[in-house]
Design a protein around this ligand. Structure first.
Ligand code: FAD
Length: 376
């Protein structure tokens, strides 16, 4: 097959939410971008996740980012002409005993100590008002008003559509197989295409470590297969997204009555084959956690379950920022909670490329934290 050679101002590797959003923000600043996606846009984590948009329980370095991202979600239609199904019905983490409630109180205080007041402790009466179907032994929780959820595939598709309307070229079925320096440019090769640009952004998700290695950086990203399942329609019994302090659980009910359950239960991932395998043991544990918090779930019928491949870092926070070599930027390894940050991180990368000020603290996400000599 003959390869066509093209140029751009910036090449983005990976057509997930972070790749498409980065391309859109760059195009809005007049940068000529090309996105190379080995499968199709939204094929992996960005299209198959649980859609949770939360500040609740974030790792501390992510709290300012999640807070700013939420302000973009609230007006997402202004950015990409689609509300992405975003619903702001709150998120709550349930405590089943005093030890769990006390841990949640400590957590709320820690977040307040860094200047954020969104996590509030609720008592048993408030919990019951918020979640009338919650099990009677639950004694309170940690609540964030304003958090919510959105439709993931619709979101990534809306970013893709808007980016294309701004002139971004998106090449699907175009795996990046080699990246080399070519003068001041990065030359990116795939079986059907050669394209070069002075700037390259690694948004390759669970595959981000191998792209980073080709760009002279090291990041030990692990591909995990996070599982979700969904029930047949049930009577409406819950509005906020619900988690649990003592169990692994993320739980929400959609407008059509179906209930989605997850919470980081893992199957097994074969990223090189684009393949995942479910763990029915893990799904059963997930279902048991749901019935413990909501007894009504004993009536549920599971109709579908799946797993998506996600890039997870050893410290459970992503890589965001410049690489070691000129023109290299990374945004990958979102460790099971990157959907909520999707509309923001592309803007941060665009600001970095533009040489402008970054108002948010991003040092904790630097790729060099994984280098043996952290000062290089
Ligand atoms: C089941 C599940 C539930 C989740 N629930 C939530 C949630 O509720 N809330 C939340 O905030 N987050 C959630 N997440 C995490 C979230 O989905 C991810 O953090 C986020 O989507 C990562 O986006 P991304 O663009 O970095 O990666 P991806 O969506 O994986 O995109 C990376 C893309 O790069 C492409 N690529 C890789 N290598 C190459 C190459 N060599 N050449 C070309 N293209 C390449 C891949 O094909 C892929 O499409 C969940 C994830 C899963 C799997």
């Amino acid at each position: 097959m003959s390869t066509s050679k093209q140029t751009a101002d910036a090449i983005i590797v990976g057509g997930g939410l972070h790749g498409c959003a980065t391309a859109l923000y760059l195009a809005m600043r007049g940068v000529n971008c090309a996105v190379l996606e080995k499968d199709y846009v939204g094929r992996h984590a960005s299209g198959v996740n649980a859609g949770g948009v939360r500040r609740l329980g974030r790792a501390l370095p992510e709290v300012p980012l999640a807070d700013t991202a939420l302000s973009i979600w609230r007006n997402i239609e202004d950015l990409i002409d689609d509300d992405c199904g975003f619903k702001s019905l709150g998120q709550v983490k349930v405590a089943e005993n005093n030890a769990e409630l006390s841990a949640l109180k400590n957590r709320a205080k820690t977040v307040q100590d860094i200047g954020f007041l969104h996590e509030e402790i609720i008592d048993q009466k408030q919990l019951r008002e918020l979640l009338p179907a919650v099990a009677s032994h639950c004694i309170g929780g940690l609540y964030v008003n304003g958090d919510g959820h959105a439709n993931p595939y619709r979101t990534v598709t809306a970013f893709k559509r808007k980016a294309i309307s701004m002139g971004v070229r998106i090449f699907e079925k175009t795996p990046v197989t080699e990246i080399v320096r070519h003068g001041k440019n990065w030359q990116v090769k795939s079986p059907s295409k050669k394209i070069e640009a002075p700037i390259i952004v690694n948004c390759a998700g669970a595959w981000g470590g191998s792209i980073a290695a080709q760009l002279g950086d090291y990041a030990p990203v692990e591909a995990q297969a996070l599982m979700l399942m969904i029930t047949a329609r049930m009577p409406h019994f819950v509005k906020p997204v619900v988690g649990s302090q003592g169990r692994t659980l993320s739980f929400k009910q959609f407008d059509n009555g179906t209930v989605m359950m997850g919470g980081a239960y893992q199957g097994s991932a074969e990223p090189e084959q684009n393949n995942t395998h479910l763990s029915f043991n893990g799904l059963a544990k997930n279902a048991r956690a749901a019935t413990a918090i909501f007894p009504i779930m004993r009536q549920a019928t599971i109709v579908r379950s799946w797993a998506g491949i996600e890039g997870v870092m050893p410290d459970n926070i992503p890589v965001i920022g410049a690489g070691s070599a000129d023109g290299v930027y990374h945004a990958f390894g979102f460790s099971a909670h990157g959907f909520a940050l999707g509309p923001l991180v592309g803007k941060i990368i665009t600001d970095l490329i533009d040489g402008g000020d970054i108002e948010l603290p991003i040092d904790a996400f630097r790729i060099r934290r994984f280098s043996q000599n952290k000062d290089i």
